[in-house]
Ligand binder design. Structure first.
Ligand SMILES: Nc1ncnc2c1ncn2[C@@H]1O[C@H](COP(=O)(O)OP(=O)(O)OP(=O)(O)O)[C@@H](O)[C@H]1O
Length: 495
């Protein structure tokens, strides 16, 4: 069978750094083809070339056997290559239908918006790909998974031969993942060719039928999924996990005074207690919102907050920081990474007070702290002097985590901390987070990945519309963490 998309000897260099060094790749109709590789391997760069956002330095692309060149993303789109990026680009105040056709008004699809016709067209498109969404619903009311499906519908709204999904499963809960998997399987049965970038091995074995591994600027392995296993793929990825990569569990320090407590109004016992040394996990629909509330981004209505035994009211993030809290939000775009500054400068922003005396900044000390942190998070090839905007998604996340871990704060609030990181980087992150907690600090982290929470946290709470659930002792052990890194559910999730 002739491949729908073929790349021959594609090269791409940024400055002195050769990211792609002769990529050969083939994608067939009906294939869901996983593209794997560590952070910074060049996956997004290759996809940006396929979708016309970047031009290759050399090499050739063939669509259904015909050589093609894309001057920009619109040209690739006209030839049927559509990409759904990691960062969603929806307009929250608009409806599902409006978002689907937003980018097509320029195509002359309609000069004067006929609302009823647009709703009908959206409903027909959603029905054709069996995507269950209400065209009239506002995007702000959709869950993260529904927004992801809407992005896919938007991508499918024109003629599509190749659909590229860049880490579509990041930050989806188990139930939401199932919804995504069903849709991807259906699209592949309809004959669409799909490229699926992911760091979760579970995605590969649930939904993909071919996989390629990008390493050292080339596709090193291209094979059918049913000819391999998760363990074999980890080996092919050359994921050298640190010897002591299973974080030690914390022994409850009953005698330690709590760093943070939340009391429901009129309840004697706290709903949530965090003591020094502890890593506490939050899962459920309202887990991220609870972190934002504690940090003063939303009003705290149902609970009272105590820090180090004193009741406090926090109405602004600046007050939260004064009280020793530090939040890393799940959405990198909102997380305050200054894109024009270098990696080091971004981390040094939070160290400023620690490394400056009355007049002088101790730059050497700052650099030592930065390199120590980056080393602990497995920073390899990338130079700390590079601007943040040039980094891959996983490396940006590492910078954010390094910055958070370098603060003087005693309580870290982390929302989806491992998002976009490769398996090796995640293993190192959990070790570093554990080390931070062992210094007498504490970590409260929200994630949709229950298996990871079970493996990494000392205790977990489900937080949903009913409030904060009772503490659940998380299951310990290497088995659970391995499961989490593979992205497979752990059976003994909670004791
Ligand atoms: N515009 C750019 N300018 C300079 N360097 C860049 C640019 N875009 C990407 N790079 C570099 O190219 C390399 C590959 O980045 P890319 O985003 O393709 O990696 P990735 O495999 O998608 O990583 P991740 O899994 O972390 O998303 C990285 O070292 C990155 O810093």
């Amino acid at each position: 069978m002739k491949p729908v998309l073929k790349a021959v000897n594609v090269h791409k260099q940024f400055g002195a750094s050769a990211v792609l060094r002769g990529v050969h790749f083939e994608l067939e109709r009906g294939q869901v083809h996983a593209v794997l590789g560590s952070n910074g391997a060049g996956k997004s760069t290759l996809m940006n070339i396929f979708s016309g956002i970047l031009a290759p330095d050399s090499g050739e692309l063939l669509l259904d056997g015909v050589p093609c060149y894309f001057s920009d993303a619109r040209a690739a789109r006209r030839e049927g290559i559509a990409m759904v990026h990691q960062e969603l680009s929806l307009v929250p105040a608009m409806t599902v239908a409006e978002n689907i056709f937003l980018t097509r008004w320029n195509d002359g699809w309609t000069k004067f918006v006929d609302e009823a016709a647009m709703m009908r067209a959206a409903a027909a498109l959603l029905a054709r790909f069996e995507i269950v969404l209400d065209p009239q619903q506002a995007v702000s009311e959709l869950t993260r998974a529904q927004q992801q499906l809407l992005e896919i519908a938007k991508a499918l709204s024109g003629k599509v031969r190749v659909l590229i999904l860049d880490e579509p499963s990041a930050n989806l809960s188990a139930a939401e993942l199932e919804l995504l998997y069903q849709t991807v399987r259906r699209l592949s049965l309809q004959g669409l060719a799909i490229i699926y970038i992911t760091h979760r091995l579970r995605d590969v074995f649930e939904v993909c039928n071919a996989l390629s591994i990008l390493r050292d600027g080339r596709i090193q392995h291209m094979l059918p999924v049913d000819a391999t296993s998760p363990q074999a793929v980890l080996t092919l990825l050359a994921a050298q996990l640190p010897a002591d990569w299973v974080p030690r569990k914390h022994m409850p320090m009953q005698e330690a005074a709590p760093l943070l407590q939340l009391h429901a109004k009129d309840e004697r016992h706290p709903a949530l207690t965090v003591v020094p040394g502890q890593i506490v996990g939050l899962s459920g629909d309202s887990a991220s919102a609870l972190l934002e509330t504690i940090f003063g981004l939303q009003p705290l209505t149902d609970y009272t907050l105590s820090l180090c035994g004193h009741a406090v009211q926090i109405s602004h993030p600046s007050e939260a920081i004064t009280h020793g809290l530090h939040l890393v939000p799940g959405d990198r775009r909102r997380a305050g990474l200054v894109m024009d500054l270098s990696v080091s400068e971004n981390i040094l922003l939070s160290l400023f007070e620690r490394i400056s005396s009355s007049l002088l900044i101790d730059e050497a000390r700052g650099q030592r702290i930065v390199s120590g942190l980056l080393h602990r998070l497995g920073w390899r090839a990338d130079d700390p002097a590079r601007e943040a905007r040039e980094l891959s998604g996983g490396h940006q996340q590492k910078v954010l985590m390094a910055r958070a871990l370098s603060t003087e704060g005693r309580i870290l609030l982390l929302d989806e901390p491992g998002s976009g990181m490769d398996v090796q980087a995640q293993a190192m992150l959990w070790q570093t987070v554990r080390h931070y907690a062992e210094q007498g600090n504490a970590v409260l982290m929200a994630s949709t990945d229950a298996a990871m929470l079970a493996a990494v946290c000392d205790t977990c709470h489900v937080v949903d519309s009913n409030g904060i659930g009772p503490p659940l002792a998380a299951a310990a052990g290497q088995h659970a963490l391995l499961g989490a890194l593979h992205g497979t559910p752990v059976v003994t999730r909670y004791q």
